[in-house]
Design a protein around this ligand. Structure first.
Ligand SMILES: CCCCCCCC/C=C\CCCCCC(=O)SCCNC(=O)CCNC(=O)[C@H](O)C(C)(C)COP(=O)(O)OP(=O)(O)OC[C@H]1O[C@@H](n2cnc3c(N)ncnc32)[C@H](O)[C@@H]1OP(=O)(O)O
Ligand SMILES: Cc1cc2nc3c(=O)[nH]c(=O)nc-3n(C[C@H](O)[C@H](O)[C@H](O)COP(=O)(O)OP(=O)(O)OC[C@H]3O[C@@H](n4cnc5c(N)ncnc54)[C@H](O)[C@@H]3O)c2cc1C
Length: 674
């Protein structure tokens, strides 16, 4: 693909890599975009949105003060918002690509090195209106939210509680006299904390609070709350709101705190799709499942899998291109310095990143299709598929975010010292992705949700009851004994399921043995949680391996032989990588032998060598434009050293030859006058 800028000289090593690539790069781009037409439209949108005029920052964002950074992000958010409103609708907006295309999300990365203060408005406020409001409420709020008169966020987490939603302390007490809810923050720990955009940007937010009516508490429910005046933007009386301060990343998102002092909102500001309060204060529950108010979280967990796949693709593109340009050391005395990509250890660090980006993207597409089915079921009043989907989306969110964060950090390591430069963009990509492991449900907490489902599924299998699709393998591996070993891709996937089944079985035994000693079920569960997390991880890994392998085969059915071959190499590499990473589990739960392990390792190393000539082509196929990559190390033309120097010269410290601190402190120190 072109560098989108035309004629710049491309680094010779990169040019040679591209000339030697075995396949047509565009073919894989089309596969990843979901078809050639999607690629064409995406590129058209990128061409007219990514203009220098909108993107140019004279001073790098990271050299600005926190206030300036925030103001710049608001400026760009508004420009971006206007652009989307005015121009992109000509393309049918997001619908052009289907809801899973994420094109605008991808383009937004060119505007914001960190994050838009409006992300939560589009990402959570609008989806919650869609998911939690009645049709009547939607017709009131949606047009105002989409036209940006109402700008909102999602304020659920409090200082004292994030994970344990049932423990939230903010109260919403219904007053039938005035037909209003009174929102109140009874303690310091009940202050809302974290919501993106809350600190300075939004004028409304969705507040999750304990609903009290007629002297009874009915648990947490969502409410739409105006917090700032629409004209002056001043906080309204009864509202205490501010920004929570600097963080590891997300520093342009003005995450905020919020407290209420007996603050009143109209009855109809309760989001009433799943529960209602009648005028007289009668509570009517409409949610037969009981957890429908958690719907926005499930939606975001699905989105996050795609989000981290894309960010890993960005990091892999930067690290692989840099590794083709960078030369260091010598393999044999007197030989020219090799490209660092020729070190097998470097290939080991990086090719798994390319394969994982593919695995997560294909899994995310599959998860989205599954989610669409669940949403359709719910529209028809069927909630039977929700427990399985909650278990699936929870573990996929946990594992994809954790894997992506670790591998992005590995990409940074693989770029040596230059990877530590902010201008490489690897630190910012990492700081963004490592947060995904925590927000929208912490890693351990979500895996334990999946484990709950797996233990129940095991018990159902024991009782001879039918199992839902993602756990149906448990019936097959139900009997004790080792899974037969077979080193084909299908065999490795089967073994991964065997390992998951073995671990779930071990958890069940462990809990039962503990209960036999007189412990309560809850205590026995608690003591087994280390094993339960590992079992849920093994289950999730088996699902990813299975989906990646079968989706890659399906997608490449009509591909050219060379594309099919390289895609097959990547899936095989992924499966071998994880088999070797989890060799202890395989030795415990499958019939793998010492010779098989040696063969696995040998095959893995052969795959690294096979993929090596296509590595640059594979990252080019992600087709991520320079403006979106935002990296001195990863640009298409490979002018790494020139860009590093250009960026260094933009540092405000280089604006003058001598900084005033010399005269103020250093000179007096040197002269003994301090
Ligand atoms: C343009 C769009 C761009 C989008 C880009 C996306 C990228 C986004 C980028 C940045 C956005 C940043 C956003 C960050 C926002 C947030 O973090 S919002 C706050 C999120 N908070 C959480 O996720 C809290 C996590 N905690 C929970 O989910 C729950 O408290 C819990 C699941 C841990 C426990 O809930 P609890 O009510 O206590 O239930 P339990 O007793 O544990 O379980 C009872 C049964 O309910 C089942 N269940 C629980 N949750 C669900 C669910 N969601 N769906 C279905 N079922 C559920 C659970 O399995 C139990 O079932 P059984 O009794 O049958 O075992
Ligand atoms: C960048 C960022 C943006 C965010 N944006 C928003 C937002 O817009 N709106 C919003 O409402 N929230 C937001 N959050 C909050 C986020 O959703 C919570 O931080 C997250 O859900 C984790 O909850 P916690 O902070 O209470 O962690 P805790 O639950 O306190 O976790 C601390 C530790 O305790 C462990 N732990 C907790 N419970 C259990 C358990 N039952 N079993 C075993 N271990 C347990 C965890 O595994 C973890 O190791 C954001 C957070 C971040 C970092």
């Amino acid at each position: 693909m072109s560098d989108n800028k035309g004629v710049r000289r491309v680094n010779e090593d990169l040019a040679r890599e591209r000339a030697n690539c075995s396949f047509d790069v565009r073919e894989i781009t089309f596969l990843l975009d979901g078809g050639e037409n999607n690629t064409i439209t995406r590129k058209k949108i990128e061409d007219f949105t990514l203009t220098d005029e909108l993107l140019s920052d004279k001073v790098p964002d990271e050299c600005l003060s926190p206030k300036e950074k925030y103001e710049n992000a608001v400026r760009k958010s508004c420009l971006f918002g206007k652009l989307v409103k005015d121009k992109l609708l000509e393309f049918g907006g997001l619908e052009t690509f289907g809801p899973n295309s994420f094109v605008l999300r991808r383009i937004a990365d060119a505007f914001f090195k960190e994050i838009s203060p409006l992300l939560l408005h589009l990402g959570m406020f609008v989806p919650t209106i869609l998911g939690q409001c009645t049709a009547e409420q939607q017709s009131e709020w949606l047009p105002r939210a989409l036209s940006m008169q109402v700008i909102g966020t999602y304020a659920q987490t409090e200082l004292g509680h994030g994970t344990f939603i049932r423990g939230l302390e903010t109260t919403a007490t219904y007053d039938p006299e005035t037909e209003e809810f009174v929102l109140h923050s009874p303690t310091l720990s009940s202050f809302k904390w974290w919501a993106g955009g809350l600190g300075k940007t939004v004028n409304h937010c969705i507040v999750v609070a304990q609903l009290h009516t007629k002297g009874q508490c009915h648990g947490t429910h969502p409410f739409i709350v105006q917090i700032r005046d629409l004209e002056t933007h001043q906080p309204l009386p009864g509202i205490k709101v501010g920004e929570i301060g600097p963080k590891l990343g997300f520093n342009t998102a003005d995450n905020g705190f919020l407290g209420f002092d007996k603050y009143r909102i109209p009855r109809m500001n309760m989001m009433m799709k799943n529960a209602q309060i009648l005028k007289d204060g009668t509570y009517v529950k409409l949610d037969r499942h009981g957890k429908m108010t958690y719907g926005t979280m499930v939606f975001i967990r699905v989105m996050v899998v795609n989000e981290v796949a894309f960010n890993l693709a960005k990091a892999a593109t930067i690290a692989v291109r840099y590794s083709a340009v960078r030369r260091q050391s010598e393999k044999k005395p007197g030989e020219p310095e090799p490209q660092i990509l020729d070190y097998v250890t470097q290939q080991h660090k990086l090719f798994i990143c390319i394969a994982t980006a593919h695995a997560l993207q294909l899994t995310s597409d599959w998860l989205w299709r599954t989610f669409s089915g669940v949403v359709t079921d719910i529209k028809h009043g069927k909630t039977d598929s929700l427990p399985e989907f909650h278990a699936l989306s929870s573990c996929l969110k946990a594992i994809s975010t954790s894997d992506a964060a670790l591998l992005i950090e590995q990409c940074r390591h693989s770029c040596g010292g230059h990877g530590y430069m902010m201008s490489s963009n690897l630190p910012l990509i990492y700081s963004f992705v490592t947060a995904t492991r925590t927000y929208e449900g912490d890693y351990t907490v979500l895996l334990l949700q999946t484990a709950r489902f797996l233990i129940k599924a095991w018990e159902q299998a024991e009782a001879g009851k039918p199992l839902t699709p993602t756990v149906s393998y448990l019936t097959k591996y139900f009997k004790d004994g080792r899974v037969p070993w077979d080193s084909t891709s299908e065999g490795i996937v089967n073994a991964a399921y065997g390992v998951a089944a073995g671990k779930i079985s071990a958890c069940v035994k462990s809990i039962r043995n503990r209960v036999k000693t007189g412990l309560s079920y809850e205590d026995a569960w608690d003591l087994t949680t280390v094993q339960l997390v590992a079992a849920a991880e093994a289950h999730c890994r088996a699902v990813i391996c299975d989906v990646y392998r079968s989706e890659a085969v399906r997608l490449t059915e009509k591909s050219s032989p060379n594309v099919r071959a390289v895609m097959r190499q990547l899936t095989t590499l992924y499966l071998h990588y994880w088999a070797l990473e989890r060799i202890g589990d395989l030795l415990r739960y499958s019939a793998v032998s010492e010779e098989d392990v040696v063969a696995l390792q040998q095959k893995y190393e052969e795959l690294l060598a096979l993929i090596r000539p296509d590595a640059v082509g594979l990252v080019d196929a992600f087709d991520i434009r320079d403006e979106i990559l935002n990296s001195t190390l990863g640009a298409y033309d490979g002018r790494v050293y020139e860009r590093l120097m250009e960026e260094a010269l933009k540092s405000p410290l280089n604006a003058e030859p001598v900084n005033r601190s010399f005269h103020m402190y250093l000179k007096p120190l040197m002269q003994g006058k301090l």
